[in-house]
Design a protein around this ligand. Structure first.
Ligand code: NAD
Length: 478
C-alpha cells in the first residue's frame, strides 16, 4: 500500500488535520492502492503561499531551462511506462491497452509544451516618434489545476505542461479517485529537475478544490470535471481571475443511410464503451437514419454483448470496471430511469456478480429527445438509440442538448459530412471516427455548456494564451 503525501512549499508532508482517505482497486476492492491526505483549506492556503514563492523562481528561469525540465520529466515517465501502466489499471480500472495509451501520450503532451516554452513571443510596431510599441507575454503567477479521475496523467499534463512552460507555478488538486497517478506526475517533474517550490500537490476532495478555486492569490484556475462542480469553480474564481472549464458531454453519432454499417458499429462501440463509457467525449447517443436503424441497432447490441468485461490486468479483457462504487450506482440509476421513461433496454444494463464494479454495457432503443437518458450526462456505458427520418432531423437531434463537446457522423457523402460539421454545435466534429479521441495540435474544448467560451482551448499552441498575460510597452527615444 502506498503512503501518499502532499507536496507543499517544496516539502512532502501529511495533511495538517491528520485525516486521510483510502483508494481501492475498482476491480478488486480488497486491494488498497494507498492512503492519502484529506487536505483542508489550511493545507491549500499553505500550498498557495509556497507556490507564490515558486512562481518568482520559475518566472526568472529561462524558457530553454523550463523546456529541458518538461523534456526530462517526459523521459522519466517513459522509462517507467510498464510500472505506470499496471498502477493505472489498478487505480482507475482501465484496461491494459487503455492505460498504455494514456501513459504513452502524457510524455508527448509534455514535449509539445516544452517546445511551446521557447516560442512565447510578442509583437512590435514602430512608433511615430522613432520609438517602438511592443507586447510582452508573461506568466500569470500561480495556477490552480483541478482535475478529474478518468485521465489522471493525460489531463493534468495538458494543464501543468503549458502552465510550467509559460513560467508559472502550479498548485495541483487531483481527483481523490486517482491520487497515486497524480503523485507520479509530480514525481516525474521533480525528477526532471523542477524546483520543488514550483509545484504543489494537495490531495483531497471538494473542500481542497473549493479552497483552491477561491484563493485570491491563484491567478488562473484550470478545471476539468462535471458541470455542477465547474459552475461552482467559476463562481469562486469571480470576475477578475481567469477560469478555464472543461465539462461534460452528451455526444451523438449520426449514422446516415449510405454508411458502411460494420464500420459504423466499430466507431460507435469504441466511442461508447471505451474506458467503460467514462470519457467526456464518449458516445452516448446514436442517431440512426430510419433506413439503417434496425440493422445498426442489432449489430451494436451484439457487439456490446461480445465485450469481455473484467479486471483490466487480465488478457483478453476489453472493458474494465467502473472507476468507483458511486459510478456504478449512477449507471444502474440511469438504466432504471431509462426503463421508467419508456425506452426499451435492448441489452445489458446489469451489474455482474462479484465484488468489483463490473457492469454489462447498456443499449436502449426508442429513446426520445425529452427523456433524461437522451439529455443528461451519465458517464458510463449507456447508449441511447434515436431514430431520424433524414439528414436534417438527424442534425437537429444531434444538437438537441445543452452540451456541445463532441459530435460524429458516419457517411460516405462528403457534402453531408461538411454540412454536418457546419451545423454542429459541438467543439469537436468527427467524420467516420469515434467521438472520443483528440489531437494535441488543435484546440480541444466544448461549446454551449460543455466549457467556458473564453480560453476554451485545452490543447494546441493557443492553450498558452490562458497561461500568459500580455503587456504593451511604449518606448520613446530619450
Ligand atoms: P467532478 O466534477 O466530480 O470532480 C472534478 C474535480 O473537482 C475533482 O478533483 C474534485 O475533487 C474537484 N471538486 C469537487 N467539488 C469541488 C468544488 N466544490 N470546488 C472545486 N473543486 C471541486 O468530476 P469527476 O467525477 O472527477 O469527472 C467526471 C466529469 O469530468 C464528467 O462530467 C466528465 O464529462 C468531465 N470531464 C470532462 C473532460 C473535458 O475535457 N471536457 C474530460 C474529462 C472529464
Amino acid at each position: 500500500m502506498h503512503s501518499g503525501l502532499n507536496l507543499i512549499g517544496g516539502e512532502w508532508a501529511p495533511g495538517s488535520s491528520g485525516a486521510t482517505f483510502r483508494r481501492r482497486n475498482p476491480a478488486r476492492p480488497g486491494d488498497v492502492i494507498g492512503e492519502f491526505p484529506e487536505s483542508s483549506a489550511a493545507d491549500v492556503a499553505e500550498a498557495v503561499s509556497g507556490a507564490a514563492e515558486g512562481a518568482r523562481i520559475w518566472a526568472a528561469t529561462h524558457a530553454e531551462k523550463r523546456a529541458d525540465v518538461l523534456e526530462a520529466a517526459a523521459r522519466w515517465l517513459e522509462s517507467r511506462a510498464d510500472e505506470l501502466v499496471v498502477e493505472l489499471v489498478r487505480e482507475e480500472g482501465k484496461t491494459r491497452a487503455e492505460a498504455a495509451m494514456e501513459i504513452s501520450r502524457t510524455p508527448r503532451n509534455l514535449r509539445f509544451y516544452a517546445a511551446e516554452a521557447v516560442r512565447i513571443n510578442g509583437e512590435s510596431y514602430p512608433a511615430a516618434d522613432g520609438g517602438v510599441v511592443y507586447t510582452r507575454r508573461e506568466p500569470v503567477g500561480v495556477v490552480g489545476a483541478i482535475t478529474p479521475w478518468n485521465f489522471p496523467l493525460n489531463i493534468p499534463s495538458r494543464k501543468i505542461g503549458p502552465a510550467l512552460a509559460a513560467g508559472n507555478a502550479v498548485v495541483f488538486k487531483p481527483s481523490p479517485v486517482t491520487p497515486l497517478l497524480a503523485q507520479r506526475l509530480v514525481e516525474a517533474l521533480l525528477a526532471g529537475g523542477l524546483p520543488p517550490q514550483v509545484i504543489a500537490l494537495v490531495h483531497g476532495g471538494a473542500e481542497a478544490g473549493a479552497a483552491l478555486a477561491a484563493d485570491e492569490r491563484v491567478a488562473a484556475v484550470t478545471f476539468t470535471g462535471s458541470n455542477a462542480t465547474g459552475r461552482a469553480v467559476h463562481a469562486a474564481a469571480g470576475p477578475t481571475r481567469r477560469a478555464q472549464l472543461e465539462m461534460g458531454g452528451k455526444n451523438p453519432v449520426v449514422v446516415l443511410d449510405d454508411a458502411d454499417l460494420e464500420r459504423a458499429t466499430q466507431i460507435i462501440v469504441k466511442g461508447a464503451f471505451g474506458l467503460s463509457g467514462q470519457a467526456c467525449t464518449g458516445t452516448s447517443r446514436v442517431i440512426a437514419h430510419r433506413a439503417v436503424h434496425d440493422e445498426l441497432l442489432d449489430r451494436v447490441a451484439r457487439a456490446a454483448e461480445a465485450r469481455v468485461v473484467g479486471d483490466g490486468l487480465r488478457d483478453g479483457v476489453d472493458m474494465g470496471p467502473l472507476a468507483a462504487g458511486f459510478q456504478m450506482e449512477k449507471f444502474l440509476g440511469y438504466v432504471r430511469i431509462g426503463e421508467e421513461e419508456g425506452a426499451k433496454l435492448t441489452t445489458g444494463g446489469r451489474r455482474l456478480h462479484g465484488e468489483g464494479h463490473f457492469v454489462r454495457p447498456a443499449v436502449f432503443e426508442g429513446v426520445t429527445p425529452d427523456m433524461r437518458i437522451a439529455r443528461e450526462e451519465i458517464f458510463g456505458p449507456v447508449l441511447a438509440f434515436q431514430r431520424a427520418s433524414g439528414f436534417d432531423e438527424a442534425a437537429e437531434l444531434a444538437n438537441g442538448t445543452r452540451y456541445g463537446l463532441s459530435a460524429g457522423i458516419v457517411t460516405r457523402d462528403l457534402d453531408r459530412a461538411l454540412e454536418f460539421a457546419r451545423r454542429s454545435e459541438s467543439g469537436l466534429v468527427k467524420v467516420n471516427q469515434p467521438t472520443s479521441g483528440m489531437a494535441m495540435t488543435v484546440p480541444f474544448g466544448g461549446l454551449k455548456e460543455s466549457g467556458t467560451q473564453t480560453f476554451k482551448e485545452q490543447a494546441g499552441p493557443s492553450m498558452m494564451l490562458f497561461y500568459t498575460q500580455e503587456k504593451s510597452v511604449y518606448i520613446s527615444p530619450s
